[in-house]
Design a protein around this ligand. Structure first.
Ligand code: NAD
Length: 359
C-alpha cells in the first residue's frame, strides 16, 4: 500500500515509518520539522518538508505518489504548553487536520488512521477507561484531539466511501529495540526520558509531582505502552479501516505503574541511583489512568509485545546511553541529510493550481 505519514520525523511517526517499510509498504513522509528530526526520517521514504496548513501541496503530494491511506501523527502534544497556548493547539492540531482531510478529499484518499490520546477522557469517573467512557478533556491539547474525533464521525456520515480509525494512546514509552530510533524532544517532559537524563547525570535529581495520591504508594499510576506496540496497532488499523465507519480504539497495556515503580525500574535497568525530590501535585493530574484495551485485542487482533515495564525501560536506556544528544549523536547525520536533501521536491505550482481548479 502507498501510505502518507504525517509527523514521520517525530518520535512515534519515525518508528511507524520504519515498521511500514520493513513490512514492504511504500511510505511518503510529510513533516514541518518543528519538533521532529530530519535524521529520524527513514532513508527509503520520500520526504516533503510541509506544514499541515498547506492543503494544496499536501494534495499534490498525495496525487503524485498515488497515496491510498494517511496515517496522521503530526501534532503538538504537550499538555502544559497547550494550557499556555490554546490557540496554537487548535490551529495546529484541529485546523491542521481539517486541511489534511481536505487535501485527502481533493486527492481522493479515503482511508485515515488518526493518533488521538487518553487526554480526551479528562479526569476519569471510573477505571479502566473504555472507548465509551465519557470524554471531557481538561486541557486544550485533549480538546484539540476530541474535536477531530467528532469531525471524523461527521465525515463518515457524509461520505460513506471514507473510513477511519482513531487510536487513543495512553503513555507511549521506550525506543526501537535495536537502539536505532528513539525519543528526542527538547526539552523532555515525559517521565522515562527525564529519568534517563537523571541516570546519565544530565540532571541532578528527579522531582515526583505529588506523593499523596490515593494509590498504594501515593504516586500517580499511568499505563505505559511501548512505541513498537503502538506501531503494530497502526499496522492493524490500516487493514481494519471500513468504508463509512469511524472506529475508535484505546491502545494501552490495560494496567498501570506508579511513578515510584517507574523510578525503581529505571534504577534497576540503568544500575544507577536516581536522586528523588518530592514536589507539589500538578493541577488536574488524575491519580490513576489506565486503559481497557479489550476492543483492539478482540476486533483487530492486537497484542502488545512489551508487557513488562523493565523491558520497555531497557529499550529506552539502549537509545539514551548511545545517543546522549539525541539524533545529533547519530554518526550517520551527514549521510542521512544528504540523501534526503535530494528527495525533497517542491511540486510544480501550476500543477497544484490545476488540481484545485478541477475540483
Ligand atoms: N508520545 C505520547 O505519549 C503520545 C500519547 C498520546 C498521543 N500521542 C499522539 O501521537 C502523535 C505523535 O506524537 P509524538 O510523541 O511522536 O510527537 P513528536 O512531537 O515527536 O512528533 C510530531 C511530529 O509532527 C510534526 N508536526 C507537528 N506539527 C506539524 C505541522 N503543523 N505540520 C507538519 N508537521 C508537524 C513535528 O515536527 C514532529 O516531527 C501526536 O499526534 C500525539 O498527539 C502521543
Amino acid at each position: 500500500m502507498r501510505i502518507l505519514v504525517t509527523g514521520g520525523a517525530g518520535y512515534i511517526g519515525s518508528h511507524c515509518v520504519r515498521q511500514l517499510i520493513q513490512d514492504g509498504q511504500d511510505v511518503v513522509v510529510i513533516d514541518n520539522l518543528s519538533r521532529g528530526h530530519r535524521n529520524a526520517i527513514h532513508r527509503d521514504s520520500a520526504f516533503y518538508q510541509l506544514d499541515l496548513s498547506d492543503t494544496k501541496q499536501m494534495a499534490a503530494v498525495m496525487r503524485e505518489h498515488e497515496v491510498e491511506a494517511v496515517m496522521h501523527f503530526a501534532a503538538l502534544s504537550y499538555v502544559c504548553e497547550s494550557v499556555r497556548h490554546p490557540r496554537r493547539y487548535l490551529q495546529n492540531n484541529t485546523a491542521g487536520t481539517i486541511h489534511l482531510l481536505e487535501a485527502m478529499e481533493v486527492a481522493g484518499v479515503k482511508r485515515f488512521v488518526f493518533s488521538s490520546t487518553c487526554s480526551t477522557y479528562g479526569i476519569p469517573e471510573r477505571l479502566p477507561l473504555h472507548e465509551q467512557s465519557p470524554q471531557r478533556p481538561c486541557n486544550p491539547y485533549g480538546q484539540s484531539k476530541l474535536l477531530v474525533e467528532k469531525m471524523l464521525r461527521d465525515l463518515v456520515a457524509a461520505d460513506p466511501s471514507f473510513g477511519c480509525i482513531t487510536l487513543r494512546y495512553f503513555n507511549v514509552a521506550g525506543c526501537s529495540a535495536d537502539g536505532e530510533l528513539g525519543e528526542d524532544h527538547d526539552p523532555h517532559l515525559r517521565i522515562i526520558p527525564i529519568l534517563m537524563e537523571t541516570a546519565l547525570g544530565r540532571r541532578n535529581s528527579f522531582t515526583v509531582n505529588g506523593d499523596d495520591f490515593a494509590t498504594p504508594d501515593g504516586t500517580c499510576i499511568r499505563d505505559y505502552i511501548h512505541v513498537d506496540d503502538i506501531c503494530s496497532a497502526h499496522r492493524l488499523a490500516l487493514d481494519g479501516v471500513r468504508s463509512g465507519e469511524a472506529q475508535f480504539f484505546n491502545v494501552g497495556l490495560g494496567h498501570g505503574y506508579s511513578v515510584n515503580e517507574v523510578i525503581a525500574s529505571v534504577s534497576r535497568v540503568t544500575q544507577k541511583a536516581i536522586p528523588v525530590l518530592i514536589g507539589p501535585r500538578r493541577e488536574g493530574d488524575p491519580s490513576e489512568l489506565f486503559a481497557d484495551s479489550q476492543r483492539i485485542r478482540t476486533e483487530l487482533g492486537w497484542a502488545p509485545r512489551f508487557t513488562k515495564l523493565d523491558d520497555i525501560v531497557e529499550t529506552a536506556w539502549r537509545w539514551f546511553k548511545t545517543h546522549p544528544e539525541g539524533y545529533r549523536s547519530r554518526l550517520t547525520t551527514h549521510d542521512a541529510l544528504t540523501s534526503h536533501a535530494t528527495q525533497i521536491r517542491h511540486l510544480d505550482a501550476d500543477l497544484i493550481e490545476q488540481q484545485f481548479a478541477t475540483r
